[in-house]
Design a protein around this ligand. Structure first.
Ligand SMILES: Nc1nc2c(c(=O)[nH]1)N[C@H]1C(S)=C(S)[C@@H](COP(=O)(O)O)O[C@H]1N2
Ligand SMILES: [Mo]
Length: 253
């Protein structure tokens, strides 16, 4: 919590103009329910955020000595399904990342193939809306490289991630737009803090979309789909928590 407040307080006092105002609002409205009242839903909030911030800008990156000694796990800590347990047992040798939807070249990538792709390493801060932050190092190929390999069609507007874990029978899922999908810090991380991603943090692969809050960082990714609309996926709000308790779809920070 203190990490989030400190950063926002810094923004509020350190920046001038509308960006500072928005940070001030965020500070008051850091519960989803309040945000909904203040911004009448995620669309207006998203529009405001987009108008007031440059979405191409980079998230802050940190030095190795700034990494948190402990990076907690949150949400699902182990999907624990028979399918997932079997994947863990063979160290994800049979796992394939399915890339489909509006693509000209559907892919089924093995972990070895993902690991052979050019990778990016970045040390960033993860901010969870539940009130904790941690700085960790993430390593993996750019999502953009994978999407280009799949030859995403021009009708695509969003990229949807379907995860291995189930909440009341529904898979955790998340979605981002193409600006975030091709952002230079958006990676499919298979490494964390210098080792292979562990089960707690989303093995074999999780999303890092560094300009957004924790719940957008989908763990246990099984499928990636390019889509034209989020309607008909879950309850249509673009993610598990967005559907469940009205978290903002655009969780930019
Ligand atoms: N598949 C999946 N992804 C998920 C979650 C989850 O429960 N399942 N929780 C989200 C939330 S709320 C947070 S804060 C981060 C936690 O990541 P960590 O366990 O590596 O700390 O993962 C996000 N991605
Ligand atoms: Mo979170």
């Amino acid at each position: 919590m203190s990490g989030i407040i400190t950063r926002r307080a810094l923004l509020t006092t350190g920046a001038l103009g509308a960006g500072a105002l928005l940070s001030g609002c965020d500070q008051v409205a850091n519960t989803p329910a309040l945000r909904k009242i203040l911004f009448s839903g995620e669309k207006i909030n998203e529009g405001l955020q987009r108008a007031l911030s440059n979405r191409d800008s980079l998230a802050r990156e940190y030095r190795p000595d700034q990494m948190s000694p402990f990076f907690r796990t949150n949400g699902t800590r182990n999907p624990g399904t028979p399918d997932y347990n079997a994947m863990v047992a063979d160290q994800f040798a049979q796992w394939r990342l399915q890339v489909g939807g509006l693509v000209n070249r559907p892919l089924a990538l093995s972990l070895a193939q993902l690991q052979a792709m050019p990778a990016r390493s970045q040390i960033t801060r993860h901010d969870c809306v539940e009130g904790w932050s941690a700085i960790g190092q993430w390593h993996g190929p750019l999502l953009g490289t994978v999407l280009k390999a799949a030859d995403v069609r021009t009708t695509t507007r969003y990229v949807v991630f379907t995860c291995a874990d189930l909440f009341s029978g529904e898979h955790y899922y998340e979605s981002i737009d193409l600006i975030d999908a091709f952002h230079p810090q958006t990676i499919l991380a298979w490494g964390m803090n210098g080792h292979r991603l562990d089960v707690g943090h989303g093995a074999p692969v999780r999303l890092r979309v560094e300009r957004q809050l924790g719940y957008k960082q989908a763990k246990y990714i099984m499928r990636i789909d390019a889509v034209a609309s989020l309607a008909g996926i879950g309850k249509g709000k673009g993610g598990y928590w967005e559907d469940a308790i009205d978290y903002d779809w655009y969780a930019g920070i």
